[in-house]
Design a protein around this ligand. Structure first.
Ligand SMILES: Nc1ncnc2c1ncn2[C@@H]1O[C@H](COP(=O)(O)OP(=O)(O)OP(=O)(O)O)[C@@H](O)[C@H]1O
Ligand SMILES: [Mg+2]
Length: 142
């Protein structure tokens, strides 16, 4: 079957270097990620997969003594431009980590945290979101 859909680049990295202090974790990474495609990073433990993923929503900015260089664009926007609001960026570039990291509050409040942060204050709606999310994760017990 011929696929007539044009490939559209969504994320592009050019010559990305990344350092934890003196230690270089990423060296001259250039790649494109297309819209509506599944893209996998495969490699041995410690090769820099998570470091690269954290670059895509500037989560590495939160780790002291780190340095990134090169260019990362998402939909054409340089996400390391000083004008970019990294909190807004992290809202649109989500991450599901390999290890869960719940806050020390109730299960309900952990699940409701995201929608609440997005301004959803309707208790009934939050209840629905929490129940649906927990059911989808097979964590709803009744
Ligand atoms: N916070 C940190 N401080 C210092 N060095 C770090 C930090 N996080 C990762 N590193 C180092 O950077 C390198 C890349 O690590 P990274 O976690 O990106 O690898 P990975 O490919 O995701 O590995 P894994 O498959 O184990 O998840 C490793 O040498 C790691 O020890
Ligand atoms: Mg990792």
């Amino acid at each position: 079957m011929i696929d007539h859909k044009e490939k559209e680049v969504k994320i592009t990295a050019q010559n990305v270097d990344f350092f934890y202090g003196q230690k270089q974790a990423l060296k001259d990474i250039s790649l494109d990620i297309n819209k509506n495609e599944v893209f996998a990073l495969i490699g041995p433990s410690g090769c820099g997969k998570t470091t690269f993923l954290r670059i895509l929503n500037r989560m590495n900015d939160l780790i002291p003594k780190t340095k990134v260089s090169g260019t990362v664009r998402i939909e054409g926007q340089d996400i390391y431009d000083p004008q970019v609001d990294e909190v807004q960026l992290r809202k649109s570039v989500g991450t599901v980590f390999q290890k869960p990291n719940p806050f020390p509050i109730s299960i309900f409040e952990n699940v409701a945290y995201g929608p609440k942060a997005n301004g959803n204050k309707n208790k009934k709606k939050l209840m629905e979101i929490v129940e649906r999310s927990l059911r989808q994760a097979a964590l709803w017990m009744k």
